[in-house]
Ligand binder design. Structure first.
Ligand code: GDP
Ligand code: MG
Length: 369
């Protein structure tokens, strides 16, 4: 059939897919990035962007393009993992609460009710995973270990306060990790709110918002009055579509530890984010330099789970000790394999010595300064 996907069209006319989708909407066509539209419609949209494209040209151009992500493109999409960052007191916690309250289903009775540092919401049948570990710490800990835990960053900027030092730090973190930024201009309910000033400051730092002709998505929000939340979530889904996030639910699970603690009655408890594969009860997992069997798993709703799909945060029990935040984990076939992996890792690990013990040794004259 004479058709082209929205993604192919965007690539062909070199336009931001979000802009293309918006233009399609203006033309009465609701399409996501993977949807196919006919060449005539594609040519009309191209014309809207000032690009003259006869249906044949669009078609020829498409044929030449190689699809991206050749090896993963047939795998199912996974929910985006989103972190919220921004200056202190700009409303990160309250925004996370507002999202949770408006979009998380009632928790099930009987499960554990404790909070696990991450949660999933559902918007129009699509899931979004939010990490609510303090953004900077999670980022730094995980980046130090080379793990990329986030697909999208929501940068919260208070409309009455504007860009502050930690806002800039957050922008740097996201850029360094290559993670797209969606801006939430928060506290728009305040009489002193000045969203235009925020947009100007963002532009000064290379984030030109869409209504000023740039490609940074910025949404006005009031976490207090729960305004703009849906708009924010829908934009996150749009960005997720562009990012084209796939994972293989049939692979052995791999992922990262996002929170860990010693629970008095249950032992070591870790919240992990499954990044690829599916984690199952009974799986043996290697985490850092230890391993254990997953004895129980709980969702963010405290529900017992037997299986956790890609992008799902789960609390797990069964590890012999508390793992480090940012440690990656992987499911292995057997305890034997687990031991082997750990012994290889231990050999490869460069000898490290703590600063304190180094001081002790210097003091004792064992090591020269
Ligand atoms: P965080 O440090 O970024 O996590 O900021 P918090 O979520 O703790 O918010 C800091 C303060 O700003 C709290 O007193 C919040 O109630 C308040 N706040 C957060 N969002 C809004 C908002 O949208 N409007 C108003 N008026 N206050 C807000
Ligand atoms: Mg906070």
């Amino acid at each position: 059939p004479a058709a082209i996907s929205v993604r192919q069209l965007s690539q062909t006319i070199r336009q931001n897919p979000i802009e293309v989708i918006k233009q399609l909407m203006r033309n009465g066509l609701m399409a996501n990035i993977n949807e196919v539209i006919d060449y005539e419609a594609a040519a009309r949209i191209a014309a809207d962007f000032g690009i003259e494209a006869r249906p044949q040209t669009v078609r020829a151009a498409t044929k030449r393009k190689k699809p991206e992500h050749e090896e993963t493109k047939n795998l199912p999409l996974r929910p985006p993992v989103v972190t919220i960052m921004g200056h202190v007191d700009h409303g990160k916690t309250r925004l996370l609460d507002a999202i949770r309250q408006t979009h998380v289903m009632e928790s099930e009775a009987g499960g554990i009710t404790q909070h696990i540092g991450a949660y999933q919401v559902e918007v129009k049948g699509q899931k979004i995973t939010f990490l609510d570990t303090p953004g900077h710490e999670a980022f730094t800990a995980m980046r130090a270990r080379g793990a990329r835990s986030t697909d999208i960053t929501v940068l919260v900027v208070a409309a009455d306060d504007g860009i502050m030092p930690q806002t800039l730090e957050a922008i740097d973190h996201a850029r360094a990790a290559g993670v797209p930024i969606v801006v939430a201009i928060n506290k728009i309910d305040k009489p002193t709110a000045n969203p235009d000033r925020v947009k100007q400051q963002l532009a000064d730092h290379g984030l030109v918002v869409e209504d000023w002709g740039g490609d940074t998505i910025a949404v006005g929000t009031s976490a207090k009055e729960r305004k703009g939340i849906d708009d924010l979530l829908e934009n996150l889904l749009l960005v997720a579509e562009m990012e084209d996030l796939h994972a293989d639910p049939n692979a052995p699970a791999t992922g990262v530890v996002i929170e860990a603690e010693m629970d008095k009655s249950r032992g070591a408890m870790a919240t992990v984010l499954v990044q690829n594969g599916s984690l199952k009860i009974g799986d043996t997992i290697v985490v850092g330099d230890t391993f254990g069997k997953v004895k129980a798993m709980f969702s963010d709703q405290g529900k017992h789970l037997r299986k956790a799909d890609p992008s799902t945060p789960v609390a797990i029990l069964g590890l012999p000790s508390v793992p480090g935040v940012g440690d990656s984990f992987s499911a292995v076939e057997s305890e034997r394999q687990a031991r082997q992996i750990i012994s290889e890792r231990t050999v490869k690990k460069p000898a490290t010595v703590s600063l304190a013990s180094l001081h002790d040794q210097i003091a004792a004259g064992k090591v020269k300064e």
